[in-house]
Write a protein that binds this ligand. Structure first.
Ligand code: ADP
Ligand code: MG
Length: 737
C-alpha cells in the first residue's frame, strides 16, 4: 500500500478525497466551491448533464430565460450595425446580430464591439454553418437572446473548424464528436469544467479499484478508472451510461454497506430485555383507554413489545400519517418498559412539542401518571418534563427524579442529550419526528445507558420505501396506514389571490363563521416579519396586526413564532389549546405534533412558498377531532407557475405517500437529504432514490453478502466506503427542515 493515504486504506479513496487544489491549484479550486465541489472525487462525480454530438442541433424551443446553456445551432441571418461616430462624444460601439436557428425556432446572439472585432466575428460566423454557443439565455423585446456567447464553429461532420481559447473542448469534439455539458455557473463555463475534469481524471488514472473483484463481477459494473473516463470522455452515449451506472452503484453500495455494518453492529449489542409484565401499568392503561386500538396500532404495538422482550436493542422506525395514533403506540411501549423496571425518555424537536407531549401523556395516563404517592394506584409512575424554559429549581428537581429513577417517563427536547442529565435505568428512547434529529444525536443519547437502550423513532413524514432503505437502512420500519375511525376529513382549496382577490375576503369571512360555531383556526405564514422587502410578502406579525384591526377584529387572535421567548410561546400555545384564543397566526412552529382537536380550519398564507410535504404536514394540524376540516391555500402565484402545481397536488389528495413521492420527484435528493439547506455535501450526487429504487434494493442484498464475507471490515475498500459515507453525511442527513 502506498504512503500518505490520509487515513484511507486504498489509493483510490486517498486520491478521490485529495483536495481539488492539489490538482487544479488554489484559485481554480476555489471557483468550484460554488458547485459544492471540494475534492477531486467531487469533481469526478460531477458528471455531464447531457452530451452533445457535433452534428445534432439543439431544440431551441426548450430554452428557458436565465439558464446557462450550450446550444448547437446553425447561423442564419447576420446583421451588422457599425459603430456610429458622433461629434464630441464617444462613438457608440458597433453590434453584430446573429440569428441562430435549429431549423424551426430562432435565437439571437448579439456581439458588441469595435469594428475590428466585428470583422473577426463576421469571419467566424458564416451563414449556414453550425456552431456550439455557450452562455446565458436572456431576452430582449420579448425574444430570447444570448449576449456574447462563447462559441466554436463546426464543419459538416461536426469537427471544429475554428480555433480559440477553448482548446480542450474543441479537441474533444474533434476526437469523439461527443462533448459533455456540465452543470456550470456563470463564472465556470462547461468547457472550463470539462478541462478541469480532465486534469482530475489524470490524477486517478490507473488507480486500483477499491471494490474486490467479486463485488464488481456480481454487480456487472465497469472498473473505477474506466468508469470515470467513460463519463467524462465517452466514445459514445452507451459508454457514458455504463460509466454513470458504475458511479451510481458506488453510491448505492456505499450507503447500503454502511447501513449493513450498523445493523450487524447493533445485532452484537446487548440490551436489557423488557418483557411484558402482567397486571402492570400497561394493563391498567389499556383498561382505562377510552377507545379501542385500530388493527394497525395493535399489530405495530405487538411488534414493538416483541422487540422490547429481546436482549438486542430495538431499532425501529414508526411512520404514520399525522393523527394515525403513533403517540398512543409509543406510550404503550414506554409503559411496558416502566413495568419491567426501566425508564423511558421521549424527545421532541421543539419545546412547544415537548410540553404538548407532556400534557397529552399525563392526560392519557390520568392517575397512573401521578407518581407513587398515597392514594395513587400502586402501579403508577411519574412523568416529568425537562425543558429549557423551566426554572433552575424545577429543572434540578426533574433531573433528580430522572437520576433517581422515580420518574418512569422523562419528556424533553434535545436538552435531554446534555451531559448533565442522568438516568437510573434508561431502557427506551422514543424520538418523535426523526427528521429533525441527526443520527449522531441518536447515538449520543444511547451512550447514556450502560447497556444499549431500545430505540423507537416516530415520524409523520411518509417515507417511500427506497428512501427508507437509504436513510433509515439501519432501522426496522413499521407503518400505521389507517387513521383511527371517526376521524373527519380535511378538504383543501387553492385560493388564487392574484386572479380573484375577493376570495381572500371570503376566506376571512369563513374564518369568522368557523369561530362563530365554536371552532378554532390556524393561519400560517411563511415568515416572521415581512418589513422592508415587499416582494417577501407579509410576515406573521404584520398579518396578525392587519387581521386584528380589520377582518378579524371581533375575534381573539394570538401570534406564535420561533423568535418569541419560550414562556410566551408556551403561554400562547396553552391559550390556544384551552380555547382562550380563536385564531392562531403562526409560522411553521406548529408544523409538527401540535394537537388541538377543536381546530378545524387552516389558512396558509403565501402557500406557494412551502413545499409539498410541508403543506401536508401543516394540514395535519386540523381535522384531528370529530369535525371536518378545511384548509385554504392562499397564493399569488399564477396558474402557470410550477409552485401552483404543487398546491394543486396537495389539494387533490390527502395520501401522504403519494405526496411524498411527488415531492421527491420535484426536488433533487440533495434537498431531501438536507444537503441543500445545510450547505453541506450529500453523499448522493448521482443516485436518485426513486428512479434507482431497484439498484438500491440490489445493493442492499449485496451489502449483506459483503458484511457476511468480511464482518470485521478488513477489506480496505469496504472500510473506506463506510468512512466516506459517514464523513459526507456527518450524521446530519435528516436535518431537512
Ligand atoms: P399521531 O401522534 O400519529 O399524530 P396521535 O397519537 O397524537 O397521532 O393521535 C391523534 C388523536 O387520535 C389523539 O387525540 C389520540 O388520542 C386519538 N387516537 C389515537 N388512537 C385512536 C384510536 N384507536 N381510536 C380513536 N382515537 C384515537
Ligand atoms: Mg403525535
Amino acid at each position: 500500500m502506498g504512503t500518505n493515504l490520509d487515513g484511507w486504506h486504498t489509493q483510490a479513496y486517498a486520491r478521490l478525497y485529495a483536495p481539488l487544489s492539489s490538482v487544479l491549484g488554489e484559485r481554480t479550486a476555489k471557483e468550484f466551491t460554488a458547485l459544492r465541489i471540494q475534492t477531486v472525487g467531487d469533481l469526478l462525480r460531477h458528471i455531464p448533464r447531457r452530451y452533445l454530438s457535433g452534428t445534432e442541433l439543439t431544440d431551441l424551443a426548450t430554452l428557458v430565460e436565465g439558464d446557462h446553456v450550450a446550444v448547437m445551432a446553425k447561423v442564419g441571418n447576420i446583421e451588422r450595425h457599425s459603430a456610429r461616430p458622433s461629434a464630441g462624444r464617444k462613438p457608440a460601439p458597433g453590434r453584430l446580430e446573429v440569428t441562430l436557428t435549429d431549423g424551426k425556432g430562432r435565437l439571437t446572439a448579439t456581439f458588441f464591439g469595435r469594428d475590428h472585432l466585428l470583422d473577426w466575428w463576421s469571419r467566424q460566423l458564416q451563414a449556414g454553418v453550425a456552431g456550439l454557443f455557450v452562455g446565458k439565455v436572456g431576452s430582449f423585446r420579448n425574444q430570447l437572446q444570448m449576449s456574447h456567447p462563447e462559441f466554436v464553429m463546426l464543419d459538416a461532420s461536426g469537427r471544429v473548424v475554428a480555433t480559440g481559447e477553448e482548446k480542450a473542448l474543441m479537441a474533444e469534439l474533434a476526437r469523439t464528436g461527443l462533448v459533455g455539458m456540465y452543470p456550470a455557473t456563470a463564472k465556470l463555463h462547461t468547457w472550463k469544467v470539462a478541462e478541469c475534469a480532465r486534469l482530475a481524471l489524470a490524477s486517478v488514472e490507473g488507480v486500483e479499484d477499491p471494490w474486490p473483484s467479486w463485488v464488481r463481477e456480481r454487480a456487472g459494473v465497469l472498473g473505477l478508472s474506466q468508469a470515470l473516463a467513460a463519463v467524462h470522455q465517452p466514445a459514445d452515449l452507451a459508454e457514458a451510461e455504463r460509466g454513470a451506472e458504475r458511479l451510481r452503484f458506488d453510491e448505492a453500495l456505499s450507503t447500503q454497506l454502511t447501513m449493513a455494518y450498523r445493523r450487524a453492529d447493533a445485532a452484537t449489542r446487548k440490551a436489557i430485555p423488557r418483557p411484558r409484565v402482567a397486571e402492570g401499568l400497561l394493563d391498567a392503561f389499556d383498561a382505562r383507554l377510552p377507545f379501542t386500538l385500530t388493527a394497525g396500532q395493535q399489530q405495530v404495538s405487538a411488534d414493538i413489545l416483541d422487540d422490547l422482550a429481546k436482549d438486542r436493542p430495538m431499532q425501529r422506525l414508526l411512520q404514520g400519517e399525522v393523527g394515525s395514533g403513533k403517540t398512543v403506540v409509543a406510550l404503550r411501549a414506554m409503559l411496558a418498559v416502566v413495568d419491567s423496571g426501566g425508564q423511558a425518555a421521549l424527545l421532541a424537536p421543539t419545546e412547544v412539542l415537548a410540553a404538548q407531549h407532556y400534557q397529552t401523556i399525563t392526560r392519557l395516563l390520568g392517575e397512573l401518571g401521578g407518581g407513587r404517592m398515597l392514594g395513587t394506584p400502586d402501579v403508577a409512575t411519574e412523568v416529568v418534563l425537562l425543558s429549557g424554559s423551566l426554572s433552575t429549581a424545577a429543572k434540578k428537581s426533574a433531573m433528580l427524579r430522572a437520576a433517581s429513577g422515580e420518574a418512569g417517563i422523562v419528556i424533553g427536547t434535545h436538552a435531554l442529550l446534555a451531559d448533565r442529565v442522568q438516568f437510573a435505568e434508561l431502557g427506551l428512547i422514543v424520538i418523535d419526528e426523526q427528521h429533525r434529529f441527526g443520527v449522531e444525536q441518536r447515538a449520543q443519547l444511547a451512550e447514556k445507558a450502560s447497556s444499549r437502550p431500545h430505540v423507537l423513532v416516530l415520524t409523520a413524514t411518509p417515507i417511500p420505501r427506497s428512501v427508507a432503505m437509504t436513510i433509515f437502512g439501519d432501522l426496522d420500519v413499521s407503518t400505521l396506514a389507517e387513521l383511527p375511525s371517526g376521524r373527519a376529513q380535511v378538504s383543501t382549496v387553492v385560493v388564487d389571490a392574484a386572479l380573484r382577490p375577493a376570495w381572500v375576503d371570503r376566506a376571512w369571512e369563513r374564518v369568522r363563521e368557523e369561530a362563530a360555531t365554536g371552532r378554532q383556526v390556524f393561519i400560517v405564514c411563511p415568515r416572521i416579519g415581512g418589513q422592508g422587502d415587499p416582494a417577501a410578502g407579509l410576515g406573521v406579525v404584520e398579518l396578525a396586526e392587519q387581521l386584528r384591526s380589520g377582518p378579524l377584529a371581533d375575534l381573539r387572535v394570538g401570534v406564535l413564532h420561533g423568535q418569541l421567548p419560550s414562556d410566551t410561546k408556551d403561554q400562547v400555545m396553552s391559550d390556544f389549546a384551552g380555547h382562550r384564543l380563536d385564531v392562531l397566526v403562526a409560522t411553521t412552529v406548529i408544523e409538527v405534533g401540535v394537537d388541538v382537536p377543536n381546530a378545524t380550519m387552516m389558512v396558509v398564507w403565501d402557500a406557494d412558498r412551502f413545499g409539498i410535504s410541508q403543506l401536508h404536514q401543516l394540514r395535519g394540524r386540523i381535522g384531528r377531532g370529530e369535525h371536518p376540516g378545511v384548509c385554504l391555500l392562499v397564493t399569488q402565484a399564477g396558474a402557470a407557475e410550477p409552485s401552483r402545481a404543487r398546491l394543486d397536488a396537495v389539494a387533490a389528495t390527502t395520501d401522504g405517500f403519494e405526496l411524498a413521492e411527488l415531492d421527491l420527484e420535484q426536488r433533487r435528493e440533495g434537498d431531501v437529504l438536507g444537503a441543500d439547506q445545510a450547505g453541506t455535501r450529500s453523499s448522493l450526487r448521482l443516485l436518485r432514490v426513486l428512479e434507482h429504487a431497484d439498484l438500491i434494493g440490489q445493493a442492499r442484498e449485496l451489502a449483506i453478502e459483503c458484511v457476511a464475507a468480511d464482518p470485521q471490515r478488513l477489506v480496505p475498500g469496504f472500510a473506506d466506503a463506510v468512512r466516506a459515507t459517514e464523513l459526507l453525511s456527518g450524521g446530519d442527513w435528516l436535518e431537512h427542515n
